[in-house]
Design a protein around this ligand. Sequence first.
Ligand code: WTA
Length: 710
Amino acid sequence: MAEELPTEVSEQEKVSEAEIAVHWKEEEYYYPSEAFVEQANAADPAILERFSEEHFPECFQEYSDLLAWDEPWNQMLDSSNPPFWRWFVGGRLNASYNCLDRHLEKYGDKAAIIWVPEPESEETQFITYSDLHRRVNEFAALLQDFCELKTGDRVTFYLPMIPELPVSMLACARIGVIHSEVFGGFSGAACGDRIADSGSHILVTVDGYYRSGELQDHKARADEALDAAAKLGQTVDKVLVWRRHPGQYASKSPMVEGRDFFVDEIIGKYRDEVVTPVSMPAEAPLFLMYTSGTTGRPKGCQHSTGGYLAYVAGTAKYYEDIHPEDIYWCTADIGWITGHSYIVYGPLMLGTTTVIYEGVPTYPDAGRAWRIAEKLGVNIFHTAPTMIRMLRKLGPDEPAKYDYHFKHLTTVGEPIEPEVWRWYHEVIGKGEAVIVDTWWQTENGGFLGSTLPAVHPMKPGSCGPAVLGIYPVIYDEDGKEVPAGSGRAGNICIRNPWPGLCQTVWGQPERFVDIYYGKFCKDRSSKDWHDWPYLAGDGAVQAADGYFRILGRVDDVINVAGHRLGTKEIESAALTVDEVSEAAAVPVVDEVRGRAVEIYVALKPGTAPSKAIENKVKEAVDRLIGKIARPRSVWIVQDMPKTRSGKIMRRVIAAISNFGDVGDVSTLANPEIVDEIRHHVQSEKVKRGDQPRELTPEEAAELRSFGHAE
Ligand code: WTA
């Protein structure tokens, strides 16, 4: 590392980080309306005191009380084996019981899920708590009997936004089977990796689903997943295929005799069957959620039953302000952690109505989302900055045309520009709704940073203080604490364990320790949790009022439209193209999607650059990861800028792609290549009209830190 980052560069970076504080424009506060405060679940600031550090970890009793326990726990936190924290030790419970059975008496006839198909001609489905309970029980019986699944087995789902996804999740949870849902937009190959890593013998999928008006052939991709898993040595015995229109098969891919089964054909045998929820230890894994990091393979974050559910129930209640009588709509995909925590588990645990929309919120036009909100009476709306930017671009005046009223709005997944925040507040929220900007990650189970909506004022562009029971710290690169409230940038860490934090990386405990604790744990033999700060991997600054502003990833992760993509995964895909010898993926600032991916490739000797090779690289990324990762541009270069030790300087090419400052390149092994690449790339971009605006200081800081994680 020392060679790659000469001191001059570090000094320069330190100066620029300090400059951020200077350039920082402090935003005005916005306050929640009285009407909101009056009805809020948490309006009394005394709650802050209850969750202050001196009450840690007992403060989480309040969250555990939101669950129905079969056996009460006898130890809140066992921290004797850091960083493998155990929460609610000795307790037993069942996740599906907590989401369904306990609500039946009071809310049996109320909609648990309202499912909105993408085609507007198709009818919206209102699935009551009783219906959902019945469907979950029948599918749980099928999993137990037909698939012979038992406690602790893993099942992979490759499912889009259809009600069968939460049905499948809760059915697994009912019988203590660990579910692992792979986002429907990932490629078959990406799904295959995850099937193999989790050791699943059963895959649950669907024949097709609608996206932007087209019926996708999903079963064909599931077949690719099975082939990819088989190549990695994982055989799947049974594939359960739900049908988008029961009785009609929408895929061109043939069903494999003895392996593939239509759920609607075999579930009849289990009609009205009731499966007793299996009482699981609080620490039993509930699900895996794969996410990208710095190194090649995605990692399976293993989430617990008791800790996860308690944390999600508590944060959904206080931060999403969910009441049973609300109509709540989160536009995330259930294939991501936001969907698991804040479409399925959180809202259902609180007995509310959760809206699930199959398709694209701007399809067929920019008014679609607002028609849904108006028709269903949605009063809590949860989305990501990319969607807000898109809605603003396509239909800046649409919301005013519809008679809906939100009390509460959420933004999640990427930093939100203050200007976009204000549009969210004024136009989507009609000036009436509070906004929470929730900062967190797949690994965390639930929110880490947010204002408590009836207690703290909002500040555009800042997520707010840490949430209840979370005590952050910012460290500089040398592990020195950046003074709290100083406005200086550094690595944000969480000093304490909390119930929602994932338990480990599936099958790779050593990776869990290295990734999240390797950098700032000074004494790995310490048994004291105070010595184990959790590294989030984000840069952040804290203002004097205690509010955090998240600057983005400091590792090699590119956040495209709120989707976390590892540069290594994208580069590995490019390297499968025969002609390519080296590849480097970098982020470019994109007005709608936050960041887009550009990839630089060097070719094998004697190979001439061509459009065909560029296309092959794009296709390889589509095939191996999915269209979400498709590079906006592929730049074929003679050579990559490299350090003397041969490391590709991604920071330099990221600067070129963004028309930013490449910094000092004199210490590179081949400094002359920098100008050559810059000339080639930037003149081509200017020709295409693809020149981004001037970078903000935050963006410049993020790009400067890019590529440091290796
Ligand atoms: C980014 C999504 C700024 C951050 C829940 C984090 C955010 C990564 C915010 C996790 C926010 C998430 N403001 N940045 N409110 N929320 N991020 O695992 O870089 O898909 O590390 O979890 O998204 O993405 P993940």
